[in-house]
Design a protein around this ligand. Structure first.
Ligand code: CTP
Length: 501
């Protein structure tokens, strides 16, 4: 006898679908992520409905009742409509089999049971009945509820079959292990599934880079992304997906001296960034800066910023190429931030990530990630802080967060000392910012103004004068205001032999 669940299908949409299915003479079920998330107490706005019959026809019937547009994807046999902020997707129950050389399945109509068998994990194969006679009954043929309670990710069929049917599921398994693990609740992939992933890793080659990257992005915005990256590494998938990251692994020892294990360090930094970012969001102290029609729009950050996570993942990517050992200095990675920043565009291209301002943001953070910490160890002058603010612009808060997250060491006393100094730099930054508007620094002297004053065409000297004025402001020689800047411009121009018009 099946259990009738209470409370999970209270939303009006489920009754509407139920009535429409009865009228159309088909059986319909809620399936997949929505059912899983109900039992986990997680909010879920996407509802998947599986129909023993035509998903498109049922969607159209529901669309008519709720007066909503239905988007039909004929090629996939699916249809989608939006209802009160929820996305409801309809699909006909299918029996699928796959050829070895392609992700394109051979599809036939099937029953609910056929459909559940072809799903990825037992926890994603559970369904709620929408039939009037057993509305809310849980249909769980593979023990999804048991696996949810035990925190287990397991395939309904032999894992070799499930993974070779759709190799993306290997990364999905890792994504779910990362995403569903939270606080005390731990999710693990069963050992035979992990073994199967290792065996089938070459099957990733039939997937598009975009789909792989989409999964990677979802891992990055989790509470503890390191869980996913460790699993990707242990199963050999990371070597295929992002080999630059696996090059950070290992410790070399010369004359008894070893260096930091940069892979573990990187993962620790990504987790720290995730933790600090969520705390800052809760405190309302982070913003997103976007451009809409050329104007800057500042919005309070409400969720993880994917690109900050990418910056954390790639912050030390230049280390393997810059690693040196000398008996005097020991291990050094001089210039790794510059080399790392240079590697970002190619890596984004390889991952099919956008080559726009998001890429530039990651590149900037990788390139600047040592600057605040350098201030921690040096004497902090106003001018050094002003220069940092000028170079980071609006991304200063994210840069400071990354830099704080980058303070890791096995020596707790060292961490404590660095964190204390880091707070001093932060305080200084706040002071300088309150005094001088450097964050969005605009040179009071424009090229236009110089050309007009001296009646000269565009030339190299204009750049020299502007740079001179900018440096004087950043170094605190003059105040950031027009009169002082104008005076300095005239001095420099006279030195370069220009006479006023
Ligand atoms: N599914 C599958 N194999 C895939 C992708 C999806 O079997 N490669 C099935 C699973 O039953 C899954 C459902 O389709 O639950 C919906 O997929 P998706 O929306 O990608 O995942 P959700 O489980 O809804 O989880 P989330 O929204 O967190 O991604």
């Amino acid at each position: 006898m099946s259990t009738i669940t209470e409370g999970f299908l209270d939303h009006r949409i489920f009754n509407i679908v139920s009535t429409a299915a009865e009228k159309t003479g088909v059986r319909a079920f809620v399936i997949g992520g929505y059912v899983r998330d109900c039992f986990l107490g997680r909010p879920c706005k996407d509802i998947d409905i599986v129909v023993e019959g035509s998903g498109i026809e049922l969607a159209r019937a529901v669309g008519e009742t709720v007066k909503s547009n239905v988007s039909v994807f004929k090629n996939f046999g699916t249809a989608m409509l939006k209802y009160h902020g929820m996305e409801v997707e309809f699909v006909g129950a299918r029996k699928e089999s796959y050829r070895r050389d392609s992700r394109k399945p051979i599809v036939e109509d099937g029953t609910l049971e056929d459909d559940q068998l072809r799903r990825d994990f037992t926890i994603n194969a559970m369904a709620f009945s929408l039939q009037k006679e057993d509305f809310g009954a849980l249909v769980d043929p593979f023990g999804g509820i048991r696996d949810l309670a035990a925190g287990i990710i397991r395939t309904p069929l032999d894992p070799d079959t499930t993974y070779s049917d759709d190799p993306l599921r290997m990364i999905r398994a890792i994504r779910f292990a990362t995403k569903l693990t939270s606080g005390e609740r731990v999710f693990r992939i069963v050992p035979e599934s992990l073994e199967s992933i290792k065996r089938n890793r070459d099957r990733l080659s039939i997937l598009s880079k975009e789909r792989i990257t989409e999964e990677l992005n979802k891992i990055l915005v989790c509470e503890k992304p390191s869980i996913g990256f460790r699993l990707l590494d242990d199963t050999g998938l990371l070597e295929y997906i992002l080999p630059q990251l696996t090059k950070l692994k290992g410790v070399e020892t010369v004359e008894g001296k070893g260096h930091k294990e940069n892979f573990s360090h990187t993962l620790e930094v990504v987790d720290n960034v995730a933790e600090y970012e969520m705390a800052a969001i809760a405190a309302g102290s982070l913003n997103n800066y976007e451009y809409e029609d050329g104007t800057e729009v500042i919005k309070p950050r409400t969720g993880p910023y994917l690109w900050l996570r990418w910056a954390a993942l790639l912050h030390d990517i230049g280390k393997p190429a810059t690693k040196r050992y000398s008996p005097q200095a020991g291990w050094t990675f001089h210039g790794h931030e510059v080399v790392g920043a240079r590697m970002v565009p190619k890596l984004f291209q390889q991952m099919k990530l956008p080559l726009n301002e998001k890429m530039k943001y990651v590149q900037k953070l990788v390139g600047l990630h040592l600057r605040p910490i350098a201030l921690v160890t040096e004497e902090v002058t106003d001018s050094a802080v002003r220069r940092l603010l000028f170079d980071a612009g609006n991304d200063i808060d994210d840069l400071m967060l990354l830099c704080n997250a980058d303070i890791t060491s096995k020596n707790p006393r060292k961490v404590e000392r660095l964190k204390r100094n880091f707070e001093l730099v932060k305080g200084k930054l706040a002071n300088v910012e309150a005094k001088d508007a450097i964050r969005n620094f605009k040179n009071p002297i424009t090229g236009e103004y110089i050309m007009k004053t001296y009646g000269i065409p565009p030339c190299r000297e204009i750049g020299i004068i502007k740079e001179y004025v900018k440096n004087a402001i950043l170094d605190g020689v003059i105040e950031n205001r027009f009169e002082d800047a104008d005076r300095l411009m005239r001095e420099k121009a006279a030195e370069l032999g220009f006479n006023e018009k």
